[in-house]
Ligand binder design. Structure first.
Ligand code: PMP
Length: 456
């Protein structure tokens, strides 16, 4: 791997210990490096390239759209592709979410939801409304801009920017495997986690809280972790009881990734706002959206000032909307969501065998959003110390086999283990799942051997 060249210095990105080859092109579930090597894109970038690489239909559509129009500003015009895309997104969301505010990515989408929640209460209750805080979770990720980072609970990402952030309340992350209550069952963890939300609301006073934000299935922090339906039932009840909006962050889990159009549908969850991005356009172009209920929309836009004080130039970029709509049409026509559910179950069953390797601590997920967590000791769940660089070793060994995982975790204070996220394109075939598994198993076997002496 050391022969790979680091990116040119003018690319402002991490360029130390570069282990990835420059990518020449992508084909279906594969990435092809300029070294000629073929890799299974086992994580779709970061759960983005949902329909795979090099899709000719998208390429042709994009060319036609570009030839037709460059840009229109959404404050004055719409284009058919914008309206079609909004209609399609609404049809993918749980009932009652009817209004789509377009942005260019996940951080902008969560930031938009945050501002929407604040303005909702100001329009409803007047300028003196004290409802502005957003409750989120420790170790969560909701984005990199200052508002979305304020909701983010991952210390490493917050630390140096702390003086610039708003100090929003945080509750425990949803992480059944290492839940802080010692709960044995997923149901018990789900109930206790929801109760913690209520306690936190009471602690701050519901008059000061505008919203609670949660992922339906956890992405980067503890990939694949998710509660049972009862959690979202309780969250809805608590939010209603205390007059708080519920924002569901489906940036990673939405757009078909978990085997449903939106992951909220697994739990019959009823958020007031859903945010989506990543897989929405399958990575062919940047796009995101915050989708809100009629109550939120009408309070601001019909009964209120009629002016949501927010907006980015590229909101509702016609090409991005056109491509996202086309991606959703292809997913529906070719039944990729159904495929995602089937292949996700199939992969999950195969992965069970990995527990034979003592470094595999936990495997969890929904559809093709699966986390594998590595531990020093299966019994005690003791994580490896960060200096063992287990996620790095796993990643290197996967790359050698021709598989790209999405590594993460491994904290210095040992509160979580090293993990990888598996999230291949949702149109992956059974044969390709077999191949992915084969490569992963070889990489885990090799890593286990390298860790002899460190494993408990
Ligand atoms: N929310 C979640 C759940 C995410 O996973 C991410 C990206 N990893 C974001 C928000 C931020 O999205 P973006 O990187 O597109 O700004």
């Amino acid at each position: 791997m050391s022969s790979n060249k680091a990116p040119k210095n003018c690319v402002f990105y991490r360029n130390q210990n570069w282990i990835y080859p420059r990518i020449e092109k992508g084909e279906g579930i594969y990435l092809i490096g300029e070294n000629g090597k073929k890799y299974i894109d086992g994580c779709s970038g970061s759960a983005v390239a949902n329909i795979g690489h090099g899709n000719k239909e998208i390429a042709e559509f994009a060319k036609g759209h570009i030839e037709r129009i460059a840009f229109t500003h959404l404050s004055r015009w719409t284009v058919d592709s914008i309206e079609k895309c909004a209609e399609k997104i609404v049809s993918w969301c749980p009932k009652g979410l009817n209004h789509v505010y377009f942005v260019s990515g996940g951080s902008e989408a969560t930031e938009t939801a945050m501002k929407m929640a604040r303005q909702y209460y100001v329009e409803r209750d007047g300028n003196k409304s004290s409802k502005w805080k957003i409750i989120s979770k420790w170790n969560s990720y909701h984005g990199a801009t200052l508002g979305s980072l304020s909701m983010t609970g991952t210390i490493g990402r917050r630390k140096i920017y702390d003086p610039l952030l708003t100090n929003f309340p945080k509750i425990s992350q949803f992480y059944h495997y290492r839940n802080p209550w010692g709960a044995r069952t997923l149901e018990e963890t789900s109930i206790l986690a929801a109760k913690e939300l209520e306690t936190e609301i009471q602690r701050h006073g519901s008059d000061n809280i505008a919203a609670f934000i949660s992922e339906p299935v956890v992405g980067s922090a503890a990939p694949g972790s998710h509660p049972e339906k009862i959690y979202f039932d309780m969250v809805r009840e608590i939010c209603d009881k205390y007059d708080i909006l519920f924002i569901m962050d489906e940036v990673m889990a939405g757009s078909g990734r978990t085997g449903k159009k939106m992951a909220s549908n697994h739990f019959d969850a009823k958020p007031d706002i859903i945010v989506v991005a990543k897989g929405l356009s399958s990575g062919y172009t940047p796009i995101g959206a915050a989708v809100c209920s009629s109550e939120v929309f009408e309070t601001i836009m019909v009964r209120g000032s009629g002016n949501f004080i927010h907006g980015h130039t590229y909101a509702g970029n016609p090409l991005s909307c056109g491509i996202a709509n086309k991606v959703m049409e292809i997913i529906e026509r070719d039944k990729f969501i159904e495929n995602c559910a089937v292949q996700g179950n199939y992969l999950m069953k195969k992965l069970e065998d990995l527990y034979n390797y003592p470094i595999v601590g936990d495997i969890r997920g929904k559809g093709l959003m699966i986390g594998v967590e590595f531990v020093k000791d299966q019994e005690t769940k003791e994580p490896f110390d960060v200096f063992s660089n287990v996620r790095g070793k796993i990643t290197n060994n996967c790359l050698e086999e021709g598989l790209v995982p999405y590594p993460g975790g491994g904290s210095v204070d040992g509160v979580r283990g090293d993990h990888i996220l598996l999230a291949p394109p949702i149109n992956i075939t059974k044969e390709e799942v077999d191949l992915l598994y084969e490569k992963l198993e070889k990489a885990i076997k090799k890593t286990s051997e390298e860790l002899q002496g460190v494993i408990a």
